[in-house]
Design a protein around this ligand. Structure first.
Ligand code: TRP
Ligand code: SF4
Length: 328
């Protein structure tokens, strides 16, 4: 396969990854490895922008993300897996881009205001947080990425990245391809409490959960609240558990469940067991690999260091070109 296009994406190291990351991003990322030249970054500086009061957790979380990535199937032979803050060129490009971005472009970013409201206790009314999308743009441009797979929540950041790219190219000459946003379909997974699965709600089913944890978490999950007794019919569309079926269970099995739920042919216990068994099976080779990495953390750090080296090489070339165009 001719890999003449480059993909870049990133994840913030805020903790172990959960089923939402798998269904919404990682599955696609794994597939892209055979179709594109892929750069996947653990974006430590982005994590720092909201977690600076707990900065020491970022390194541990970087390990968690890397171990999850490697165990689920991101392959350092195929992709460049690297730590953003180990490639200092990102900071330089961020700085240079910051010179050409009119302030209102950043002030009108919806996530800037939303996140401030949501994360009030974190005091993220900072210069660094305002520049979050600028840093993201630097990540993308550094590798001249053509395609950036992201979920809907990142759409505005990508629009902005494209705008910044055009402005840079217009001012200094064409250096960067305009990155295309690839909106990946992100299934809306419910967490154990029925709300959206998210680390901040503490309701996630993590990739590294043991079979027992998966069993426990799903067994106690809410179901369609109108289905109170076994003989009451239910509606999968109103059931948090069924959001997991949608993302992980085969279509034929799912259709069986829809019928069984609607006519009270199956009970919730059996229905839950289907998804529990599916997940435990789907994650079995993941768990084995992850144990190996947990026992040999140096192996993980070594793989990342190799990725950092590869990323740096490309970053160095890009920055040389950038400095030239600017006239430095
Ligand atoms: N902001 C992205 C998120 O929260 C993470 C990210 C950082 C990213 N740099 C990126 C995504 C570059 C795509 C491309 O999900
Ligand atoms: Fe939900 Fe399954 Fe129970 Fe229907 S049978 S309410 S889909 S858990």
């Amino acid at each position: 396969m001719e890999k003449n296009k480059t993909v870049l994406s990133g994840m913030r190291p805020t903790g172990p990854l959960h089923l939402g990351h798998l269904a919404g991003a990682l599955r696609n990322w794994i597939k892209f490895q055979d179709e594109y030249q892929c750069y996947y970054s653990i974006v430590t500086w982005h994590a720092l922008s909201s977690e600076y009061q707990n900065s020491r957790a970022i390194k541990k979380n970087t390990f968690e993300v890397a171990a999850d990535w490697l165990s689920i199937g991101l392959d350092p032979q195929k992709s460049t897996l690297f730590i953003q803050s180990e490639v200092k060129e990102h900071a330089e490009l961020h700085l240079l881009l910051s010179m050409i971005i009119p302030l209102p472009w950043l002030q009108r970013v919806p996530t800037f205001k939303e996140m401030q409201k949501e994360l009030k206790e974190k005091e993220i009314n900072t210069y660094g947080f305002l520049g979050y999308p600028v840093l993201q743009t630097a990540d993308i441009l550094m590798y001249k990425a053509n395609v950036v797979p992201v979920g809907e929540d990142q759409a505005y950041h990508l629009e902005l990245a494209r705008e910044i790219t055009r402005r840079f190219n217009r001012l200094f000459g064409k250096v960067f391809p305009e990155p295309q946003m690839m909106l990946t379909e992100v299934p809306k997974l419910a967490g154990t409490d029925g709300r959206k699965m998210s680390k901040s709600f503490n309701n996630s089913i993590n990739l590294k959960d043991s079979p027992e944890e998966i069993q426990d978490k799903i067994s106690t999950m809410m179901t369609d609240t109108k289905r109170k007794r076994r003989k009451d019919p239910g509606n999968p569309d109103d059931c948090p558990v069924f959001t997991l079926h949608k993302a992980f269970v085969s279509k034929t099995k799912r259709e069986e469940i829809i019928r069984g739920c609607r006519n009270a042919g199956i009970g919730c216990v059996d229905c839950k067991q289907v998804i529990i068994d599916t997940l435990i099976k789907e994650l079995s080779s993941f768990r084995k690999k992850r144990k190996i990495y947990e026992k040999n953390p140096d192996l993980v750090w070594e793989i990342l260091e190799q990725g950092n080296l590869k990323a740096r090489e490309k970053a160095r070339a890009t920055m040389e070109e950038v400095r030239n165009k600017i006239g430095f």
